[in-house]
Ligand binder design. Sequence first.
Ligand code: ZN
Length: 237
Amino acid sequence: MPHKLNAVRPRGKEHGNSQEQPEQNPLVQKPRFPSSPDSQTAVGAPIEFQYCAESDIQKAIRWFAEYLRAEREEYHPIAGPLTGEWRDMMEGYFEPALLDRVRVLELVDERVANPWFYPKAREKGFQHLPDITHKAAVTFLDVVVFNERMGSRDLFHGLVHAAQLRVLGVAEFTELFVRGFLRARSYFLVPMKAHAFALDARFAANPGVRFSTEDEIRDWWRAGRYGSASFPFIDAT
Ligand SMILES: [Zn+2]
């Protein structure tokens, strides 16, 4: 498929307003299992955990990792390095090795498609899968692909995910992400996303006040704030 690559240029220091916003009202989410009316509490608040079989969770983790790797291979050859003002802007927040390695791409007249495994995941009971097409940017390992023009805050956010992938490794990242997604009331409350939002907000609020995102990520990970693989899901099989 033909990709058009814009020369990537900073557009001043504005941070844009393309921040991802929750599309789902967590209050309207309903569990697929159990389906008994008793699953509604007396005050009418639905139970918001998603219940999936452990074998299906493992499948989803594998699909997600395969998807990230495949998209990375597709976009890496046509993406460009982080250079000039963009690179200077991110210097000090991320390790030089990450900034050297990362590639960025602005899509023109096309957007990243939703993952191939969504229909299969829905069949397995996964709900409220995020619409990738409407996100400002998507990180595929060390490649950040922008559905729109690149902005500094979206770039920062995408680089936080690239740093998470680098610090945790793909296997741990995908495992904690999928389990965090199942446990969270909303995609935007997945700990790894919530952390990226918190860090990009800090970046936007205090321009030029550098901090190590990798240190923050290691702290969260070690403290168990990204979750763990041992969360007790109900096995619905
Ligand atoms: Zn994110």
